[in-house]
Design a protein around this ligand. Structure first.
Ligand SMILES: *Cc1c(COP(=O)(O)O)cnc(C)c1O
Length: 215
């Protein structure tokens, strides 16, 4: 099941678009099934759950943190992840940067743009992101790009407008010649094909791979 779902998604993704298997709430046996089908990038959104799964999975897994992260929890996350996709405040950016400098570890990060959705209050405005890009000195982390979650609606024109907006900001920042700024993480189970049309370099897919989550 998991192997077949992964294959279907991989076959549909253009080369150059990476697939993050969002494994939150699923037990490691299911993650291992995905691993055995060749999946290496996994996304988790809760610090304790991530820290518990890491030692149970092979060491070549690339962990991405994709959830809201409180600064008092970064110690549980930063030793293990290669990317924090959900940097959504200056306070967090500075805390992650400080941890990286103190621990001699470079972590890739994405800046989360707050898209339309009222349901999430997390993320920066476009102007905040531009001012971080232009003014903030963070040498402990590598700012690799942007992450966004489209409005949670069946109206695909709304989703499409969200993707178009984040893609435009992504291109604008890229045109400033930033080194390493090459990742646009948009698209989930319901909307990843649309995200790919709008320039996604990374899609974060949970339900389409693992089935529904049990809360
Ligand atoms: C849970 C989650 C996903 C995956 O959602 P699905 O609809 O199950 O594909 C993607 N991104 C983030 C930030 C998430 O929290």
């Amino acid at each position: 099941m998991i192997a077949a779902s992964l294959k279907a998604i991989r076959d549909a993704l253009p080369s150059g678009v990476s697939l993050v298997a969002v494994s939150k709430f699923h037990p490691v046996e299911r993650l291992m099934e995905a691993y055995q089908a060749g999946q290496r990038i996994f996304g988790e959104n809760r610090p304790q759950e991530l820290a518990a799964k890491v030692p149970l999975m092979p060491s070549d897994v690339q962990w991405h943190f994709i959830g809201h992260l409180q600064t008092n929890k970064i110690k549980l996350v930063l030793p293990y992840v290669c990317m924090v996709q959900s940097v959504d405040s200056i306070h967090l950016l500075e805390a992650v940067n400080r941890w990286c400098l103190e621990n001699g570890r470079v972590v890739d990060i994405l800046l989360e743009l707050h898209l339309g959705a009222e349901e999430t209050k997390h993320g920066f405005t476009e102007n905040e992101i531009l001012s971080i890009i232009c003014q903030t000195e963070v040498h402990g982390v590598r700012i690799r790009g942007l992450m966004g979650m489209a409005t949670n609606t069946d109206d695909l024109s709304v989703v499409e407008a969200d993707f178009a907006r984040i893609h435009a900001l992504f291109l604008r920042i890229q045109s400033m010649g930033l080194p390493d700024f090459d990742q646009l993480s948009i698209g989930m189970s319901n909307d990843w094909p649309l995200a790919v049309k709008h320039g996604a370099t990374m899609v974060r897919v949970g339900t389409d791979i693992f089935g529904p989550r049990e809360y």
